[in-house]
Design a protein around this ligand. Structure first.
Ligand code: FES
Length: 109
């Protein structure tokens, strides 16, 4: 397992990008934090394939309820990666398996 960061490196309710540990993946990995839980996704929108963010670590809506793709405005649930509004409603972000041990976040392969 690859150590990625500490849970506390990500502000609660926010998301942060990290280089994807898999050599076969050229996109960053997004880690979303909800309290002590974290969720990981590949930074690739299922609509047109762009990065979700347009500025560094700008992934969340202002109310921190959804991840947002800034290209066409798709909204994704932070804990499932499911698109709930926008041009790819019903599609999912590609999930990355993360594990947390003693406050450390690991890439679960
Ligand atoms: S590329 Fe993300 S909503 Fe179109």
């Amino acid at each position: 397992m690859s150590h990625l960061c500490l849970v506390t490196d990500i502000k609660d309710g926010q998301a942060k990008a990290f280089p994807h540990p898999s050599p076969s993946e050229d996109r960053d990995l997004i880690i979303v934090r909800r309290g002590l839980n974290v969720y990981g996704y590949v930074n690739r929108c299922p609509h047109a394939g762009t990065n979700l963010n347009w500025q560094e670590d700008e992934f969340m809506t202002d109310d921190e309820q959804y991840l947002m793709c800034f290209t066409h405005g798709a909204l994704f649930e932070p804990d499932t990666g499911r698109c709930v509004a926008g041009p790819c409603a019903g599609a999912h972000l590609s999930e990355v398996n993360l594990e947390v041990e003693n406050g450390k976040v690991f890439y679960g392969e």
